[in-house]
Design a protein around this ligand. Structure first.
Ligand SMILES: Nc1ncnc2c1ncn2[C@@H]1O[C@H](COP(=O)(O)OP(=O)(O)O)[C@@H](O)[C@H]1O
Ligand SMILES: [Mg+2]
Length: 243
C-alpha cells in the first residue's frame, strides 16, 4: 500500500470561540509521512487546534496548508475530500453497526475521492489491524475500547487519506492497549500517511513521534524533534513527573 503523504502546515493561527482567541499565533509543520504529536496541559488549546485544522473552527487569522494547497477556506467535508482523515476522541464508531459496516461508511462519506476497489482497500487496512479481522461481523459496540479505537482508525483510513488527525487516541485505554495502538500508528505512518495527533500521554505520544509541539496557553512553548522535547529538563519536570 502506498499513499503519498502530504505535509500539514499552519502559519500564525489565531482561533477561538465567539471572537475570543484561544490559539494566539500557532505555527507548525507536520512533514509528509511523519508523526507530529501535540502535548500540553489541560485547557492549553489542543482540541481547539485540531478543530481548527479540520475546519470545525474558522481561524481569525492564519492559514492552513496541505502540501502547497491553502485549505483555510474549505469546509470540514471539503477537507475530508481533500484527503484529511479524522478520528474524534469520542463517539467515533457506530455501535449498532458491524465492524464491516463501519468500514464501509468510512468510504461512503467521501464523495470526491473514489478509492480503489473496496475489497482491495479493505485487505490493506485489515493488514494494519489484524486484531479486528476476525471481528468483521461483530457489532462495534460489543468490542473492547482498544478494538473500537482500531475500528475508528481503520474506517478513517479506508478512503486513503494523505493525513490522519487523531484526538487523544489512547484516552481510556489500558497501558498495554495504548502501547499497541501507538505501534499501529507508527505502522500507518510507514504506509505513507502523515499523522497529526493530540495526546495526553506525553511519554507515549512523543516516544512514537518524529516531531513534537508543546502547547501552553494557546502558544507554542516548545517545538522540535520529539526526542529533544522528551529530553528537555523543564518538560520532564512539568509533564513527565521527575527529573
Ligand atoms: N466551545 C467552547 N466555547 C468556549 N470556550 C471553549 C470551548 N471549548 C473550549 N473552550 C476554552 O478554550 C480553552 C482551550 O480548550 P481546549 O482547546 O479544549 O484545551 P485542551 O484540549 O488543551 O484541554 C479553554 O480555556 C476552554 O475553556
Ligand atoms: Mg482536549
Amino acid at each position: 500500500m502506498s499513499v503519498t503523504a502530504k505535509s500539514l502546515t499552519a502559519t500564525g493561527l489565531v482561533a477561538g470561540y465567539g471572537g475570543q482567541p484561544v490559539l494566539r499565533g500557532v505555527s507548525f509543520t507536520a512533514h509528509a509521512g511523519e508523526i507530529l504529536t501535540v502535548v500540553g496541559p489541560n485547557g492549553s488549546g489542543k482540541s481547539t487546534l485540531i478543530k481548527t485544522v479540520l475546519g470545525l473552527i474558522r481561524p481569525i487569522e492564519g492559514r492552513i496548508l496541505l502540501d502547497e494547497e491553502d485549505i483555510t477556506p474549505l469546509s470540514p467535508s471539503q477537507r475530508a475530500n481533500a484527503g484529511i482523515g479524522y478520528v474524534p476522541q469520542e463517539a467515533n464508531v457506530f455501535p449498532n453497526m458491524t465492524v464491516l459496516e463501519n468500514l464501509r461508511l468510512g468510504v461512503d462519506f467521501i464523495q470526491q475521492r473514489p478509492a480503489k476497489r473496496f475489497d482491495r482497500r479493505l485487505e490493506e487496512v485489515l493488514d494494519l489491524f489484524p486484531e479486528i479481522r476476525p471481528k468483521l461481523s461483530t457489532r462495534a459496540g460489543l468490542l473492547s475500547g482498544g478494538q473500537r479505537q482500531m475500528v475508528a482508525m481503520a474506517s478513517a483510513l479506508m478512503p486513503e487519506p494523505f493525513l490522519l488527525a487523531l484526538d487523544e487516541p489512547s484516552a481510556g485505554l489500558s497501558p498495554r492497549n495504548a502501547e499497541l495502538l501507538f505501534k499501529i500508528i507508527s505502522r500507518i505512518a510507514r504506509t505513507g500517511v502523515t499523522l497529526f495527533l493530540i495526546e495526553q500521554n506525553t511519554r507515549l505520544g512523543l516516544g512514537a513521534s518524529d516531531t513534537g509541539l508543546v502547547l501552553v496557553s494557546g502558544e507554542v512553548k516548545l517545538s522540535g524533534t520529539a526526542s529533544d522535547i522528551l529530553g528537555n529538563p523543564a518538560i520532564r519536570r512539568l509533564y513527565l513527573g521527575g527529573a
